[in-house]
Write a protein that binds this ligand. Structure first.
Ligand code: SAM
Ligand code: DTB
Ligand code: SF4
Length: 355
């Protein structure tokens, strides 16, 4: 094991921070994941420092613009109409209400506003409203992100033309495990929408959920799929499953926090220039666990007291966490033109710190 780890480190150390690879093999990713924890974390942290200021964390804010009643059967989700979850469904929000919420988010330091809808895919009649939301939030000077389910060629053009910066569409797990969690669409459906978003020139936010009862190898395979995309997602959210009563995954065994940190470290090493978001599930994480995630390369979080439907730590807890760790919120640099998205031109990237 040690020789294997040393080999992996030795063969890559010269290229750390420079090489953005798209040819990861499953076995080398698995070897990294299985390395002694200190070796893995050290390597991930070196990569992190070479690409980012390690003491800056980007803040995003989420809003559910259309809640519940979703036609998909995702086994983890509170919003699926297939599960018996106590959740009040709502129709698409009015644009002004979304903009009011976005203003508040900006005042509390969020630089990106992410709007999520419980849809399999948007209806043509809803597109004018979501376009107005994107335009309005952009006019406030925030980055925009939407997650609306599967998109058609027409949808991506409309969103791109509205100025949408990021589209969030997660692959969620390995291709193998996907069909055990979701039956109403395929892994390939996800990849198809991601390709359309890329083709249209928007930035991609794509990651997954861990702790759904998957094996280590599924987390590794998910990272191999993400890292071997033609371009790495600029943003990689790693969600810890929030078990929701009434969903098929409500009683799944909890993931070892160390394995969660390993997953973050793997994402950092395999996608060195991407933002890795410590996403859902932070209310169940200690400050110490989150500190390990930041050390392993996580550099973005969702702020506020709610995610889409589930709880999030809230401003006071995050201020205290940042103060304890000497972490500062990442300010937004002037955004480049939409369409000029490239891994070396991220608007939030700052000079590497040596602190
Ligand atoms: N309907 C859209 C879709 O599926 O792409 C957007 C919303 S969906 C809620 C966005 C992501 O949230 C999912 O892909 C999943 O990764 C994450 N998510 C949903 N429920 C979760 C839960 N209970 N725990 C952790 N992550 C969750
Ligand atoms: C992502 O990967 N996580 C966010 C965002 N993208 C849309 C959503 C988390 C949802 C957590 C469960 C909920 O709030 O219902
Ligand atoms: Fe619908 Fe998205 Fe929830 Fe799946 S994850 S049920 S697509 S809202």
């Amino acid at each position: 094991m040690l020789a294997n780890t040393a080999d992996v480190v030795a063969t890559r150390i010269n290229g750390l921070g420079q090489d953005v690879r798209h040819d990861w093999t499953r076995s080398e990713a698995q070897a990294l994941y299985d390395a002694p924890f200190n070796d893995l974390l050290f390597r991930a942290h070196v990569v992190h420092r070479q690409n980012f200021d390690p003491n800056k964390v980007q803040k995003s804010r989420l809003l559910s613009i259309k809640t519940g009643g979703c036609a998909e059967d995702c086994g983890y989700c509170s919003q699926s109409a297939h599960h018996d979850v106590k959740l009040k469904a709502s129709k698409l929000m009015e644009v002004e209400r979304v903009l009011d919420e976005a203003r508040k988010a900006k005042e509390s330091g969020a630089t990106r506003y992410c709007m999520g809808a419980a849809w399999r895919s948007p209806k043509a009649r809803d597109m004018d409203t979501v376009v107005a939301m994107v335009e309005g939030v952009k006019a406030l000077g925030m980055e925009t992100c939407m997650t609306l389910g599967m998109l058609s060629d027409d949808d991506v053009v409309k969103l791109r033309d509205a100025g949408l910066d990021y589209y969030n569409h997660n692959i969620d797990t390995s291709e193998r495990y996907y069909s055990q969690v979701i039956k109403t669409r395929t892994f390939q459906d996800r990849l198809d929408t991601l390709a359309r978003v890329r083709e249209a020139g928007m930035k991609v936010c794509c990651g997954g959920i861990v702790g759904m009862g998957e094996e280590d190898g599924d987390r590794v395979d998910m990272m191999v799929t993400l890292a071997n995309l033609e371009e790495h997602p600029e943003s990689v959210p790693i969600n810890m499953l929030i078990p929701i009563g009434g969903t098929p995954l409500q009683n799944v065994e909890k993931l070892d926090p160390i394995d969660f940190v390993r997953t973050i470290a793997l994402a950092r090493i395999m996608m060195p220039k991407s933002f890795v978001r410590l996403s859902a599930g932070r209310t169940d994480m200690t400050d110490e666990m989150q500190a390990l995630c930041f050390f392993a390369g996580a550099n973005s979080i969702f702020v506020g007291e709610t995610l889409l439907t589930a709880d999030n730590p809230g401003e006071d807890a995050d201020t205290s966490l940042f103060n304890r760790l000497g972490i500062e919120p990442l300010e937004l640099a002037p955004a480049p033109d939409v369409g000029a998205a490239h891994e070396d031109e991220h608007p939030c990237r700052t000079a590497t710190s040596t602190r």
